[in-house]
Design a protein around this ligand. Structure first.
Ligand SMILES: *[C@@H]1O[C@H](CO)[C@@H](O)[C@H](O)[C@H]1NC(C)=O
Ligand SMILES: *[C@@H]1O[C@H](CO)[C@@H](O)[C@H](O)[C@H]1NC(C)=O
Length: 316
């Protein structure tokens, strides 16, 4: 390798990257175990103990955990990335020039891999945690959790998550949902906008899409009477409400969406409603996916007057 005058470290990184990128195909024999010899750049999975059985001792209970953990596998610093992007390309080209096809020292398979290789990192990728690094941290935490269900699960247990979930549901129930009628009645302009768009006989535009925030979606869901509760959600009723409909984790995730599709059914207008890409049936037509548009309008008629400014006591 001195042939190319490459500093060992850069070359090492080259081989690592080269082989990691190509790991699905496996590098030639000499490099098969390369991951075992990468010094402080070794991935944690080489050394990790994968046992997940609970570690316990008679008459003892694990109660605290203190740990010092090195960050997971991450990209090199910008200086090294720049060297990789210049020097490694030179080395690759030198290899390809010096070992023309058929030369026994590097086989054709590996030469192909070199041919297909190009640098993947940019300066602003420096020090970012890689997927490998992410897995290292997540899997480590998971194994610790199974070894010491006590300690870690007291904070991160399902039941603690469920209480936090309920708190979140309450918050949005009262801020954006069914808590106060005025809150969700405000969504009437949006509903009216949809109905007018479907009513017009203009064939274009064919679609209208609004991008908005969580609160708007929730108000609209409540306005349509979706995910309604029989009784208001209250903090005291946590135990009774485990089967509630109003779970914002499920109805108001990032990217949540509500879509209406107008169908023409042999001259009759019908509306399909989808929430998060699942077909939902509204109270206007509880027994069918497609809702006759007139039925739909009649059902929500009382809301269509939409005296928005009066409701909100806007000074005009
Ligand atoms: C891994 O850890 C378990 C205890 O959780 C231990 O019994 C086992 O010997 C360890 N494995 C190795 C290879 O050290
Ligand atoms: C659309 O056309 C239908 C039938 O041709 C008519 O009854 C309806 O009033 C029209 N709607 C509008 C908004 O012009």
């Amino acid at each position: 390798m001195a042939l190319f005058g490459a500093p060992n470290y850069v070359l090492c990184v080259f081989l690592v990257i080269f082989c990691v990128v190509k790991s699905d195909k496996k590098c030639s024999k000499a490099l098969n175990d390369y991951e075992t010899y990468l010094g402080t750049k070794t991935p944690y999975r080489i050394v990790a103990n994968y046992s997940t059985s609970e570690i316990k001792y008679d008459d003892c209970k694990a109660v605290k955990l203190w740990a010092m953990v090195r960050h997971g596998t991450r990209n090199p610093n910008v200086k090294l990335i720049e060297r990789m992007n210049t020097r490694l390309v030179e080395i690759r080209d030198a290899i390809l020039e010096n070992f023309p096809e058929g030369n026994g020292e590097i086989n054709n398979f590996d030469l192909d891999l070199f041919r297909g290789w190009s640098p993947k990192l940019e300066a602003n990728d420096e020090k970012k945690l890689t997927h490998e690094g992410e897995d290292e941290m997540v899997l480590l935490a998971e194994r610790l959790q199974s070894r010491f269900p006590g300690i870690l699960t007291s904070v991160y247990s399902d039941s603690a998550f469920k209480v936090m979930e309920y708190a979140e549901d309450l918050k949005y129930y009262w801020i954006d949902g069914y808590g106060h009628e005025l809150t969700y009645k405000q969504a009437c302009p949006a509903l009216t906008n949809m109905i007018e768009f479907f009513q017009t006989n203009e064939s274009l535009p064919k679609s209208t899409v609004y991008f908005t925030h969580s609160g708007t979606l929730l108000k609209m869901l409540a306005h349509l009477e979706l995910y309604k509760e029989e009784k208001h959600l209250l903090a005291d009723d946590y135990d009774k409400n485990s089967d509630r409909n109003w779970k914002v984790s499920q109805i108001d995730s990032f990217g949540t969406n509500l879509i209406f599709i107008l169908f023409d059914c042999q001259g009759r207008k019908k509306v399909l409603t989808m929430h998060q890409e699942d077909i939902v049936r509204l109270q206007s037509c509880p027994n069918s996916d497609l809702c006759d548009f007139d039925t739909f309008i009649n059902y929500y008629n009382k809301d269509l007057e939409c005296p928005f400014d009066t409701m909100c006591e806007n000074e005009l």
